[in-house]
Design a protein around this ligand. Sequence first.
Ligand code: BGC
Length: 255
Amino acid sequence: MAGQQTAVRQGFGVDIGGSGIKGAPVDLDKGAMAAERLRVATPQPSTPTAVAAVVGDICRHFNWTGPLGCTFPAVVQNGVARTAANVDKAWIGTDLAVLLSTATGSQVTAMNDADAAGVAEMAFGAGRDQNGVVVLVTLGTGIGSALFVDGRLVPNTELGHLEVSGQEAETRASDAARDRDNLSWKDWAHRLQRYLRTLENLLWPDLIILGGGVSKKATKFVPLMDVRTPLVTAQLLNDAGIVGAAEAATPRPPG
Ligand code: BGC
């Protein structure tokens, strides 16, 4: 209505990773950060108590006490971490939602990191308005996945642990594997193609979104791959986890 101001829908997201913990308020009308994010190095050892203290500091830095979305690089089922492929094993069985609510005073929604990135891409990025089956794959230290059916997340798919030629996909085809094995873009693209072909033969997705930091360099490896499914790169890049977690944690106004 002319002259009527509508309030900006704001949320807050924190992305817990192996090397950094990043947080920022998020403008959920735009799907973008509302202020420059704060990054704190992940404490070593990254025990639940030490990480929770950092998350508390980040929220206090922004004076945030509203609903908080938090990503974690493992299976998170109903707020509880169930696995710890690339993080301290002490996390297994930890109720992230309870731990972080205590540290921040906020109501916390905790979720898998790739699921959060997927939520952001579906709401604001490469998956916007996409129906059918969409898979987002994040390529980083590990391989994360997020599966959507008509825009609804099927949480904790863990498709980075699919076995391809007798080996876990993330061991062979993650960005860390590219570094570790000193692979050319061509050789890495070949490994990735093999993984994506396995994925598409099992799921028959309508769209695959490639995410993770390396997706910024998509022109170096995407043209070298031949897969059946339309392949696009993520649009939110580094912000995806924070934006997706905030989106998932913040109630939508009715209507
Ligand atoms: C974990 C996933 C996570 C992915 C990316 C994998 O090793 O099992 O839960 O999403 O790494 O961090």
